[in-house]
Design a protein. Structure first.
Length: 507
């Protein structure tokens, strides 16, 4: 069956990019239909219902909240309130009894760093930390000079100037973007006496293959007091964008699965839904996994062979296990005022961090995504544990290649989560005995909810600047963390804004 109505634009995926682009397009008077396979929009930034209340799917730290509110203001939506986080990280281990406090307060940061090293090395900590903070500030200034506007919206001469100037304006970012983070830390804090400090710093960028640039960008935001949680969790941003999109006349359909993007004569004609027939549309904006789009949804031979070969080889970002709990612990006891992220590293050598998927050897990140005691509901506090693990662990977590969530899978993830919670008791005393409700998401869960290959949580391992207009298929566009300007809440929203401007410009 074919739906008779024809839409100007069909948006696939209801995450931040899809909602942002849809809102701009609907505000411009376009007839926009947004299709989301889950029951609620939001993607990895959404929420799920548990125990009669919405629980955040993940805790997201935000940079540059003013720019996020700038987008909301342009769309006529109410601004979001953000709570600053400082200190940002309290890192325990891998050396027992030693903690590193990563904060904008230089005195506290340096004092905790000195406690991570042997007595003979303490006099060198100040010099190394000074260099680290200086470099992070320089990197921060370089990266903030990069435009968030898509190059596709620039004139030829502006693109040419940007390409030439990047070599001159971003020398450090390019250098440290190639350097492994372990190599960089060894140059700043050399010697076996400083291995605990190096490991603690390494652990706050919990991705395999991390580069020095990842750590320096993070520390630059910490030093500048530019780390926040959105009040009410990041799902409050999703709710605002969703409401804004629909207020401008956009239509959201949830619980629907797109099975193909239809193309005839090099022109997009619409999409087909599982068990629901075809929906006609002049344009399709895809915000979903690019491999899913180009290898599954589009007809064969639409994409050039060399493009498909390149796409198949690009490594994806890591995935995580996320354990979300509502607890009956007093809020102040749980989060110590709602500030920062607690990190628990296993007692392993620094080069063994992030090499194992076993529950006793992964690094734990304990978030408190509802900061501020006045916003805790019903006397219950939300606590989240996240740990980087691979999709392929234990035969895809006992779900096999088809990702079937069998009883074996459910039991295994429950046991895994219990071991993580037991470890978290070390920094949140009594946590395991005060859980009112619990939900566990594995990389298999992220795979099924987002469609991202291997449950990748932020697209590619390294940012890829794909064009947002697909030039060999008229009417097909891309947005999301797969495209320029890359992953992150602000950048993902900007990709949606960029895509809407490209569409409206007719370029």
């Amino acid at each position: 069956m074919t739906e008779e109505r024809e839409w100007d634009i069909i948006v696939i995926g209801g995450g931040l990019a899809g909602l942002t682009s849809g809102a701009y397009l609907a505000m411009a008077g376009k007839q926009v239909l947004l299709l989301e396979q889950r029951d609620l929009p939001g993607g990895c930034c959404g929420a799920y219902s548990s125990g009669g209340r919405n629980v955040p799917a993940a805790a997201h730290m935000v940079n540059d909240p003013g720019m996020i509110n700038g987008i909301l203001s342009e769309l006529g939506a109410a601004e979001i309130t953000f709570t600053p986080l400082d200190p940002v990280f309290d890192v325990a281990g891998p050396c027992p009894g030693k903690n590193l406090i990563i904060t904008s307060n230089r005195e506290i940061f340096e004092g905790s760093a000195r406690g991570m090293v042997t007595d003979s090395a303490r006099e060198n900590v100040s010099q190394g930390l000074g260099r680290l903070i200086e470099l992070s500030g320089q990197i921060n200034r370089e990266t903030k000079a990069l435009p968030l506007e898509s190059p596709e919206l620039m004139s030829f001469f502006k693109r040419l100037f940007l390409g030439l100037s990047m070599q001159r304006q971003l020398p450090m970012s390019m250098e440290y973007g190639r350097m492994p983070v372990q190599q960089f830390l060894s140059s700043v804090f050399p010697g076996v006496e400083m291995q605990c400090l190096r490991a603690a710093l390494r652990s706050v960028v919990p991705v395999r293959g991390a580069r020095a640039l990842d750590l320096l960008q993070l520390l630059g935001n910490v030093a500048g007091g530019n780390v926040f949680y959105p009040d009410g969790g990041v799902e409050s941003l999703v709710e605002t964008l969703n409401g804004c999109f629909q207020s401008h006349g956009g239509v959201v359909r949830t619980g629907v699965k797109v099975t193909s993007v239809n193309v005839a004569g090099g022109q997009v004609t619409g999409v087909t839904l599982a068990d629901e027939g075809t929906i006609n549309g002049d344009m399709v904006l895809s915000t979903i996994d690019m491999k899913e789009l180009f290898f599954t949804l589009l007809p064969d031979r639409v994409a050039p062979r060399l493009f498909q070969e390149k796409l198949a080889k690009i490594p994806l970002s890591d995935s995580f296990i996320t354990v979300t709990m509502t607890t009956t612990l007093p809020p102040g006891k749980v989060s110590e005022g709602g500030k920062g992220v607690r990190v628990i590293n296993p007692a392993v050598k620094e080069d063994e961090l992030f090499t194992s998927d076993e529950p006793d050897r992964v690094s734990l990140f304990i978030h408190f995504p509802e900061p501020g005691l006045d916003r805790v509901r019903d006397g219950l506090s939300v606590v989240q544990i996240m740990a980087p693990v691979r999709f392929i662990y234990e035969d895809n977590w006992h779900s096999g290649p088809e990702c079937k969530k069998t009883e074996e899978y459910n039991e295994f993830k429950k046991q895994y989560a219990a071991l993580l919670i037991k470890r978290a008791d070390a920094v949140v005393p009594g946590l395991s005995s005060h859980i009112a409700d619990i939900a566990v998401a594995t990389p298999v869960s992220y795979r099924s909810c987002t469609g991202n290959d291997e449950g990748a949580v932020y697209g590619w391992r390294r940012p890829r600047m794909w064009r947002q207009k697909v030039h060999y298929t008229n009417g097909l566009y891309l947005a999301g963390h797969w495209t320029y300007p890359g992953p992150g809440i602000l950048k993902t929203m900007m990709s949606g804004k960029n895509a809407s401007r490209i569409i409206l410009s007719g370029e």
